[in-house]
Write a protein that binds this ligand. Structure first.
Ligand code: SER
Length: 597
């Protein structure tokens, strides 16, 4: 079975059971200030798990491209990758455990042909006033032998975007889960491992499926039940492929082998002797291809910074193996993913160019770093002494962007402990910054954020009314502090034009127009001229928001998941804070509403 066949089998299995396929959301989420990347299939569905009706109904299925930056340091073993495709099926208050578990078992054993005796299951053991999941245990005991079912606590069998209950911010949703593991016979346990998936960390048991029962929301007072009981299933394609091919190393499956072969060829080294380096190159470059495909460029900020880090780690490891032509590896990665992600073909040149430009930039950075050290240590270096101070090594890291490994390849020696202490202080500081930046799990649902969504529709329409229908949104990001809106426009707006746009939006706020939505077939939405970003490929029914009085011509008609205010008057006032050029004929507006001003 190929990765594509796994995806197709899964989607049609659930379609036959009444699920509608929904699109693969962008890897870089729009309008979600709480995270830099889409890291699970459920992330774009949060409003619907909370109770908002989904236009495609209460049974959904998809394959979602995901990226998990938290796993960067884990890559190098037999099973971790930062980029992966997650198969997902959801019940939004529809079916529950007694339906989900038998379906999953049928899918794994009959759909994917996995031998029943190699499957192990874990079930939630209870936590505070949330009971042990005896229901799931009972259902599983009818399907697999009881000696392969294990109970575990919140650290293993509880799922939320922020992990265990105590890490969840108020407002966040989650619940107990039940997981399925595949057992590999060729992996030897480490001495500290026990022979079950809960107490083993050597990779003998691979988690291939996770059904989360999202039924709780955290409040100041503790957990409350959500109005509906949801199922949120997730299974990684790369890991399922490893189980189906009985390969305990995901990098030796039919998906990764051609990529690893190309690294072997370009470096003249063997995978079996250089596993860690080659796994990092294969995973990080794959992630970089998909992040670049989302329009991100390497930079020192946010997603661009993560992309830069992935690329530079790939280059470091590639050069360590004396690899010469990284372009060949990038080409092989794109080849391998085209069957499932056809658009890579169209964007290939841009992706390749971005990666190769960063390689050149990195080359220049290395040169500058060398000159900085050579100028400073001139005499001692001439004497052949390459010892530099931990402070200078840290400058190479923080200012020149070199990783500690790269500093050592350049042949510099420094006090490792002092350097590690400096790194720790630095990381503490950036963690505090990041927490402030991404604080509050559901900040995007605060009143101000909801107002921001409505203001974005008014701004979009005001721009189109003034400059014409060819102008459209190319991106947006809304936080409880401000709105950011990107659109295509060749020249800079004049101060008068900016004022006019601001006035138009304020007029519409003054008119206190009603806002409502309707769910309709995509064809109808297009017929009535709805604007906005939407995924044409899968969606049949879409949600469309109308601003204006029903019966009269609407001011704005736009595709959107919502939520929105009920009347534009709730926005009180609108102010444009900044307009900037973001390149490639695109402009960006920062604006505020109501109490943000
Ligand atoms: N949200 C769960 C996960 O990411 C299941 O989809 O594992």
């Amino acid at each position: 079975m190929t990765a594509k066949q796994i995806i197709d089998t899964y989607i049609s299995f659930f379609q036959k059971r009444g699920h509608r396929q929904i699109g693969n959301s962008p890897l870089v989420p729009e309008n979600d200030p709480t995270t830099l990347f889409t890291s699970s299939g459920m992330q774009p569905l949060i409003p619907y798990l909370l109770g908002e009706p989904h236009p495609a109904g209460s049974r959904l299925v998809n394959a979602q491209n995901c990226f998990r930056a938290v796993d960067i340091e884990e890559v190098g073993d037999n099973r971790h990758s930062t980029f992966f495709r997650m198969l997902g099926n959801w019940s939004l208050g529809d079916y529950f455990k007694s339906q989900e578990i038998p379906w999953l078992f049928e899918l794994l054993t009959e759909g994917f042909g996995l031998p029943k005796e190699k499957l192990y299951v874990t079930v939630f053991n209870g936590f505070k006033n949330i009971e042990r999941d005896n229901d799931s245990y009972g259902i599983w005991s009818e399907l697999v032998s009881k000696d392969r079912i294990f109970f575990a606590g919140v650290d293993k069998n509880w799922w939320s975007r922020s992990g265990i209950p105590e890490n969840m911010p108020v407002g966040e949703i989650g619940g107990p889960d039940t997981e399925v593991y595949y057992r590999f016979d060729d992996v030897e346990h480490k001495p500290q491992c026990k022979d079950n998936p809960v107490e083993c960390e050597c990779g003998k048991f691979l988690e291939i499926a996770n059904s989360v029962f999202i039924q709780y929301q955290k409040t100041e007072q503790g957990f409350i039940e959500l109005p509906q009981k949801n199922v949120d299933f997730g299974g990684g394609v790369e890991r399922l492929l490893a189980a189906i091919e009985d390969r305990s190393d995901i990098f030796q499956t039919s998906l990764f082998t051609p990529i690893i072969n190309s690294i072997e060829q370009e470096s003249g080294k063997a995978y079996l002797k250089n596993k860690k380096e080659m796994r990092i190159i294969a995973d990080h470059l794959t992630a970089a291809v998909f992040i670049t495909n989302s329009g991100i460029k390497p930079s020192n900020k946010d997603q661009g910074y993560i992309l830069r880090r992935l690329l530079r780690r790939s280059f470091d490891n590639f050069y360590l193996l004396k690899g010469e032509n990284i372009r060949a590896v990038v080409e092989k990665i794109v080849d391998q993913y085209i069957p499932t992600d056809e658009y890579l073909k169209v964007n290939f040149e841009e992706i390749e160019l971005t990666i190769l430009e960063e390689e050149q930039n990195y080359g220049r950075t290395l040169q500058k770093a060398k000159s900085f050290i050579e100028n400073k240590y001139e005499e001692r270096l001439i004497d052949g002494v390459k010892k530099i101070s931990a402070q200078d090594a840290f400058i190479l890291y923080s200012t020149h962007g070199l990783s500690p490994t790269q500093i050592r390849s350049l042949g510099y020696v420094f006090d490792e402990q002092e350097f590690a202490d400096k790194m720790e202080d630095h990381q503490k500081l950036s963690r505090t910054g990041a927490q402030q930046k991404f604080r509050g799990g559901l900040a995007d649902h605060s009143d101000l954020t909801i107002m921001g969504h409505t203001a974005t529709h008014l701004l979009h329409q005001a721009l189109r009314s003034k400059f014409g229908e060819q102008l459209h949104q190319t991106g947006s990001n809304i936080t409880s502090e401000r709105i950011r809106f990107d659109f295509n426009f060749d020249r800079m707006l004049t101060p008068e034009e900016i004022k006019q746009i601001e006035n138009t939006v304020n007029d519409k706020i003054g008119e206190d127009l009603p806002v409502h939505f309707e769910i309709m077939p995509l064809t109808k939405a297009k017929q009535i001229g709805a604007i906005g970003l939407f995924d044409e490929k899968y969606q049949q029914d879409v949600k469309v928001y109308f601003i204006g009085h029903p019966g009269e011509k609407f001011y704005s008609v736009e595709f959107c998941g919502g939520p929105h205010v009920n009347f534009t008057g709730q926005l009180k006032k609108f102010k444009i804070i900044k307009v900037e050029n973001i390149g490639k004929g695109q402009k960006r507006i920062y604006a505020k509403v109501n109490d943000q001003i």
